[in-house]
Design a protein around this ligand. Structure first.
Ligand code: SDX
Length: 434
């Protein structure tokens, strides 16, 4: 079997042979080099053939060995390990190590990694003055995007993206500090004093501590909620070339430092079609309000007047495996927190949608955001903080892709082409003649 594609150009009768490159296995597909298509021309003036792919529905922007998704089988692997096994047996910091280094750590490596992250959770006190500049009701995602970019000015050496030691230090600082930044953004938005990191606590317990500690000297995290948060962080850690990871790679490809690149990725995640969806899920459930209103909203969806937030996915045309794990987790959380009306609406909405031809035909299943929203709400996490939790988790994924890109011999600054459909060259028309 030849590893080349033959293309016959009917316009010229010419035949072109294009090399194919392959992914790890047949499910990962194969690819031609888009640049090779440029040889397909009708004349020397012809620019050649481009691949036109709005939204990158079928375009490979890079080679990556971090995460594999099979949308048809609902498969999600981090460095080859199934998400189900990692959610059951691993911790977020161990998964962050796996994504970044490619292998699960041995105990001495995990200890060093955990200690290093734990010892970098504090922020420069000047950041608090920066936060003071925001309106009292600023959305924490807007604060986070800004504060991450501002953080780069506290570590000017991080701009030397070609130095491996400096990159490693930046990566650990960002993973360590983003929960602190996130919690500070929340405490500021509700007018509470900042709760500082407690290095005796786990990564997830420390985040809950910085979010919710009141007057007690030691925060006592509920173990079920601590584990629930850690599993949610694992499930949200990476997802191959999603919108925000693509933003991270595009900004990072200009040799921008990792802080401003994570800031750009966070901005992309803020969008309601991406990481902002879990916030919209809660707003949607609140708007539906009651199980008996579900039919009316399903009709609005079919008329194109309403979009079910937390449903559908560009890749998963089967149930998002993360949604399945979160659905089981939700039941455990509600044993601790108690059920609520929104959960009943969510469960009924899922049941109705999964049996309705409109959704089945369009392969619209609940995605990760559908359940993460109702879990966070039950845990007492404010709705505006939902995309912030997504950003905390995805920081390890974004940085893994950034590091992989930095080492990629194919690395080029991101600069897509276009199919120009505007005017041909024309003369300027004086005002009096228009
Ligand atoms: C995340 O990329 C990732 O991996 C993302 C993510 C990650 O971990 O990084 O998984 C996280 O972003 C999950 C998705 C969160 N977003 C939402 O829940 C918002 C609601 N869902 C969508 O808007 C939509 O499904 C997308 C954005 C997720 C996917 O959009 P696509 O692939 O571009 O699909 P589409 O918009 O072209 O829709 C195809 C059809 C359309 O119908 P027709 O025009 O063919 O009649 O399905 C319909 C859409 O109208 N459709 C929906 C719908 N999503 C798609 N109809 C109702 N409700 C929805 N949610």
């Amino acid at each position: 079997m030849s590893d080349r594609l033959s293309i016959h150009d009917n316009r010229t009768g010419n035949k072109h042979e294009l090399d194919l490159s392959y992914g790890t296995h047949v499910d990962a597909g194969s690819a031609i080099s888009a640049s090779d298509l440029r040889e397909i021309k009708t004349s020397d003036h012809d620019f050649g053939v481009l691949v036109h792919d709005p939204g990158f529905m079928n375009t490979s922007a890079c080679k990556s060995s971090i995460t594999f998704i099979d949308g048809n089988t609902g498969t999600l692997l981090y460095r080859g390990y199934p998400i189900e096994a990692l959610a059951e047996k691993s911790t977020y910091l161990e998964v962050a190590y796996l994504l970044l280094h490619g292998e699960l750590p041995i105990s001495s490596e995990l200890d060093e990694w955990t200690t290093d992250i734990t010892n970098h959770t504090f922020l420069n006190e000047k950041i608090k003055k920066f936060l003071d500049g925001f309106r009292y009701d600023a959305h924490p995602m807007g604060i986070l995007v800004s504060a991450l970019a501002a953080l780069s000015t506290f570590y000017p050496k991080s701009r030397n993206v070609h130095d491996q030691d400096i990159r490693d230090r930046s990566i650990r600082r960002l993973i360590a500090k983003i929960p602190t930044l996130a919690a500070f953004a929340y405490r500021y938005s509700v007018g509470l004093p900042y709760a500082y990191p407690d290095n005796d606590l786990s990564y997830s317990a420390n985040f809950l501590n910085m979010m919710f500690r009141a007057t007690e000297t030691k925060y006592d995290a509920d173990p079920v909620l601590e584990r629930t948060l850690d599993v949610c962080l694992i499930l949200h850690a990476d997802h191959e070339q999603n919108c925000s990871t693509s933003a991270m790679r595009a900004v990072g490809s200009s040799d921008a430092d990792p802080y401003v690149s994570v800031s750009a990725a966070t901005a992309a995640l803020y969008g309601p079609l991406h990481g902002g969806a879990n916030e919209r899920v809660l707003e949607m459930l609140a708007e539906i309000g009651n199980v008996k209103n579900i039919g009316h909203y399903i009709d609005k969806v079919k008329q194109g007047e309403f979009r079910l937030m937390g449903f559908g996915h560009r890749v998963y045309k089967n149930l998002d495996p993360r949604a399945k794990i979160l659905k089981e987790l939700a039941e455990k959380v509600f044993e601790v927190t108690g059920r609520n009306r929104l959960l009943d609406v969510a469960m009924e909405l899922e049941k109705v949608a999964l049996n309705d031809e409109y959704f089945v035909k369009r392969k619209l299943y609940p995605n990760v955001d559908f359940y993460s929203g109702i879990i966070y709400q039950a845990m007492g996490i404010p709705v505006e903080m939902f995309p912030v939790l997504f950003a905390i988790a995805r920081t390890s994924g974004w940085l893994s892709h950034w590091e992989e890109m930095r080492k990629d011999p194919e690395l080029r600054i991101a600069r897509p082409r276009q199919l120009y459909t505007g005017y041909a060259k024309r003369d300027y028309v004086q005002l009096a003649s228009r």
